[in-house]
Design a protein around this ligand. Sequence first.
Ligand SMILES: Cc1ncc(COP(=O)(O)O)c(C=O)c1O
Length: 404
Amino acid sequence: MAKRTYGYNTTESHVHLNKVYGVQNYKPLDVVIVKGKGVWVWDLEGNKYLDFLSAYSCQNAGYSHPRIVKALIDQAKSCGNVSRAFLHDEQGPFMKQLSNLCGKDAVLPMNTGAEAVETAIKAARKWGLVKKGITKPEIIVFKNNFHGRTTTIVGFSTEEHYKEGFGPFCTEAFPVVDYGDIEGVIKAITPNTVGILFEPIQGEAGIIIPPVGFLRELRRICTQKKILMIADEIQTGLGRTGKMFACDHEKVIPDLYIIGKALGGGLIPVSAVVGNRDILDVFDPGSHGSTFGGYSIGCAVGRVALDVIVEEELPEKSAQMGAYFMRKLREIKSDYIKVIRGKGLMIGLELNTKARPFCEALKKEGLLCKETHDMVIRFAPPLVITKEQIDWAVERIAKVLATK
Ligand SMILES: Cc1ncc(COP(=O)(O)O)c(C=O)c1O
């Protein structure tokens, strides 16, 4: 059956609708996507693009993965949301699967990434109170962090624009340290410190990789000081960086994993906090919850999304294709390129000029990319991308970056 268009059949008409009716909290490229399959998306006019954003790393398995789509449809047909007031038959198996994957014994499912980060903050604070009698808990965070958009989270962002006008904030509860600065972390620890919240690679900051050994040192300090190591793997997790979790690059196991994005198979928001019982059992009935967190469709989709990531060896593919892509990118000669960095298929190309015009030019060549922090183009395609598709893309990237 043809999709109803309500008479809005052109890109211009949708750009107009967005301007007139949408709150302008995003600045999208003028492209209206109507279909996605694997690494490709199609716009309203039938133009085909290779998507290098993967819906901000949700589409690790590629658009419209048939197994994940089937899980969604089957579960929607069977019962939809039954709420957490009752159990349903997808919830237990999903939690078992995710806890096994993480090597932990408890899972608290939520929906969006920010909600899961909030959940981890609540867990760490209450753990500090229950286990250590801390009444004014502090969680160390890092400069240029990005953990979401709720008021607590933007309160400890170091990006003025993210927080401007949304205060007051509880800044003393979140001491900020330079990313990668272990001495700074040690100095920031007080008797009130309950945890350290970090991204193993900072995504929104422009794909910033910490110095080798940083995560291992964080682990050592957290163990020594008996504070929680809280890894926000929402963007880096589930294969994006060439390992199941970015912490795996340093063989480090955090106390809490925060997972989101690709856990929803590119279809719906599914997130979770995963840790051991001695931490997550601080929640008792009524102390935390969400109407949709752990709902049946989320769990059904999450289960198959995890199956696909493991069975199709997406972390391994990400490592192989990421290394190949990086090599090809480094062969490009352009005066615009300042530095290329990344792990797996989470790659940032930093320019010495604004990235937006290049993203617009790439769109004309059939590549969808988005600038991050003005000067960086983020390349984060679905992890199912092939060598041939990378070659196709690199040819176009080289053309757009060709120095005039
Ligand atoms: C590292 C990290 N944490 C948290 C979030 C927030 O996730 P959400 O947008 O689903 O709330 C993001 C989103 O980009 C992220 O990259």
